[in-house]
Write a protein that binds this ligand. Structure first.
Ligand code: BGC
Length: 686
């Protein structure tokens, strides 16, 4: 009771702070920053535009009261020299299809950062999922730009309400890790605008994101940090007034950086060393005004976030905070996707055997997203199941070679939970991963399911894996992503039926790697010219030839049926969709429909709304996600959903005019629980 009361108070305080004004840059901040820049020496200016010390601090200018600002990686919590709350990974937040849950994680991270004096959080990561292999898919939000944008906007607002700047990354088209410093992403203008830019643009326009990190890869010939087209013609043109920083060690030339529009070289000065910058300015090769602008962008952001006036650390916030833990659980319980279930789940009582490489650990993806959780706060799947109470007898088997006793136990169990998947070594930054589960895991699942078909396979991963070796011989498969410190508890609550699974796939699950149309264009492909004349093109290219037809957008175009469609996920209850209608609104229309929970338990449902142009003037995907919502619906009860579709939901990027256009004509609005299960259709004309 007392705990509930405290959580309620914390929630009230948090929602009060959610109403606080965002820390925006206005003319006042711009003027004050410009005045400071005018007082700075050339050396001071050069020092401000690169990181220092451990590579997670900006340089101070003490004479002018400019502090060194501490930053830390996300996106799963506050990393770098601290133990902190470990939240579910990005793909899990996307799978929740829940803006509130994503906002709650941002909220928790903002508080955790404030408590530690961290004022720039290097998250969220919003690169689009093309295939399962990208080693950082787990940090990102899947294949759909609309879902990605909405989740990112909520997450960023959650962080920034606490006077902590979010840094959206990696701008842009950084969808593979293999040879990430060298690879040139070749992407056409329409595809960039429709698929790879929207999350960045919405973060600028709707969340007022404070900082942006450029990408490692080259985009159409230039590295992100030195790509003036990317930075000035796009990002700044969207009205971005904040700080643009390089990814770590991704700058190459002083002139390139000084001219591209980048503001901050990270983690340290490489190209921004005084001996390199000074001659360029003193000899008039680069105008000093470029350096002044870089400094102004940095300072106006610092001023907007009170960094020149207020202490960096908020000591009133505990470093290990009940409220943050609650936010981690809220997202963790909505993230898992139930892929298959022959009726075994939920298991409401009985003997459960738990085993597998990730059963007694809290798995996480590796690289900069890896973090150090607070000791004693990690709830492993085993611990989560053990917490369930008297109705369950839980046995853990550590080894994959079973003793006779362990074999007797597996056979008699009411359910055997195999927690499989990847970890920080096998799925991580700077590497792409395998499509199959790591070595030995298919064999382990086969051995277990041969003894007892009441087997539940739980998979930790950032995307699709090859489930064909065991799909038909086990009773249920749960995609659990990396669930964070509360992931084990959330998983146990789902397995035991305390909560119905409500996660939906944020990518198309093809069922074989080759079936994904993007697979043939993924990864460095040897350019034709290189075959003829090897010395002419030494850089590996990855050409995004599937264009705008990424994921479910390619289903019709490439006649490729996924095994499980985008947006798919099973529940323990059933939902009936009815009574769709559409009403004009000030800016487009509003779709209204009813969903009834016809099953036997209260459960959440994510509804999805897709727009299908009927007579497009250009080639377009058959339909695209343009709205979603999620509500708890009590058993037997109905809920009305109202989804707004602004005019922009009907638009496409026109390469002739370099702008967004809406074709007059007929559209169908498709409503359902997934992209492969459309239950209601309404017509709309523009
Ligand atoms: C990653 C970034 C990260 C940075 C700092 C880089 O390797 O690509 O996402 O924020 O390191 O750790």
């Amino acid at each position: 009771m007392r705990k509930l009361f405290i959580i309620l108070i914390l929630a009230l305080l948090a929602s009060a702070s959610a109403l606080a004004q965002p820390y925006t840059i206005t003319q006042n901040e711009i003027d004050r920053a410009a005045e400071l820049v005018a007082q700075m020496t050339l050396d001071e200016k050069i020092s401000l535009v690169a990181g220092i010390d451990d590579g997670f601090h900006t340089a101070p200018v003490e004479r002018l009261g400019i502090p060194s600002v501490r930053m830390a990686d996300g996106p799963q919590g506050v990393r770098n020299k601290t133990n902190s709350t470990y939240y579910p990974c990005g793909i899990g937040l996307a799978a929740s299809f829940n803006r509130e849950a994503a906002g709650g994680v941002g909220d928790g991270i903002g508080l955790d950062a404030s408590a530690r004096g961290v004022r720039i959080m290097l998250c969220p990561g919003v690169n689009i999922y093309r295939t399962a292999l990208c080693g950082r898919n787990f940090e990102y939000y899947g294949e759909d730009p609309f879902l990605t944008s909405e989740i990112a906007v909520s997450y960023i607002k959650g962080i920034q309400q606490h006077r902590v700047m979010a840094c959206i990354k990696h701008f842009a088209a950084n969808s593979q890790e293999y040879q990430r410093h060298l690879t040139a992403s070749i992407v056409d203008e329409r595809t960039l605008n429709e698929i790879y830019f929207p999350a960045f643009r919405k973060a600028v326009e709707e969340a007022d994101v404070a900082t942006v990190m450029t990408c490692y890869n080259m985009l159409n010939g230039l590295h992100g940090a030195e790509n003036a087209w990317l930075i000035k013609d796009n990002l700044r043109a969207w009205g971005f007034e904040g700080i643009i920083m390089s990814d770590w060690k991704s700058t190459y030339t002083s002139q390139g950086v000084l001219n591209s529009g980048l503001d901050l070289e990270m983690p340290l000065a490489f190209t921004m060393r005084p001996e390199m910058v000074k001659p360029l300015i003193e000899n008039g090769v680069v105008p000093e005004a470029n350096l002044d602008l870089m400094c102004r962008h940095i300072l106006q952001s610092f001023i907007a976030y009170g960094l020149l006036d207020l202490p960096a650390q908020d000591e009133s916030i505990p470093e290990d905070y009940d409220y943050s833990r609650q936010m981690a659980y809220n997202a963790a319980v909505e993230a898992p996707v139930l892929l298959t279930n022959n009726g075994l789940l939920p298991v409401k009582k009985g003997r459960i055997v738990v085993l597998g490489p990730n059963a007694n650990t809290v798995a996480f993806g590796g690289g900069s997203g890896r973090m150090s959780p607070i000791p004693g706060r990690n709830i492993t799947p085993l611990a989560g199941l053990q917490e369930l109470g008297k109705k369950f007898k839980v046995q853990y088997i550590e080894n994959s070679e079973f003793t006779d006793d362990e074999r007797k136990a597996i056979e008699k169990a009411d359910a055997v939970v195999v927690v499989a998947g990847f970890n920080h070594d096998t799925e991580r930054e700077n590497h792409d991963r395998t499509y199959s589960l790591p070595e030995g895991q298919n064999e382990l699942i086969a051995a277990v399911s041969a003894l007892n078909s009441r087997t539940v396979v739980v998979i930790n991963s950032g995307g699709e894996v090859d489930i064909t070796p065991f799909k038909d011989s086990v009773s249920a498969i749960i995609m659990a992503w990396y669930g964070g410190q509360e992931g084990g508890r959330a998983l146990a609550d789902i397995i035991s039926g305390k909560v119905s699974p409500s996660g939906k796939l944020p990518f198309s699950f093809w069922g074989s790697y080759e079936k994904n149309p993007a697979a043939q264009y993924y990864g460095p492909i040897e350019p034709e010219i290189h075959k003829i004349s090897p010395s002419r093109n030494p850089y590996p290219h990855t050409s995004y030839t599937e264009g705008i037809f990424v994921g479910y957008r390619g289903v019709e175009r490439f006649c490729a049926e996924p095994m499980f469609p985008f947006g798919y996920g099973l529940s323990y209850t059933a939902f009936d969709y009815s009574d769709a209608s559409i009403e004009p609104s000030a800016d487009g229309c509003e779709v209204v429909f009813t969903v009834k929970n016809t099953g036997k338990m209260d459960a959440k449902e994510s509804v999805q709304v897709y727009v299908a142009p009927q007579n497009p003037s250009v080639l377009r995907p058959a339909f695209e996600l343009k709205g979603f919502d999620k509500k708890l619906i009590a058993k037997g009860a109905s809920q009305e959903f109202r989804i707004k579709l602004p005019l922009s939901a009907f638009s496409y990027y026109d390469i002739e005019s370099h702008s967004w256009k809406v074709d007059p004509g007929k559209y169908q609005i498709l409503i359902g629980p997934s992209s492969g299960d459309i239950r209601l259709t309404v017509d709309w004309s523009i």
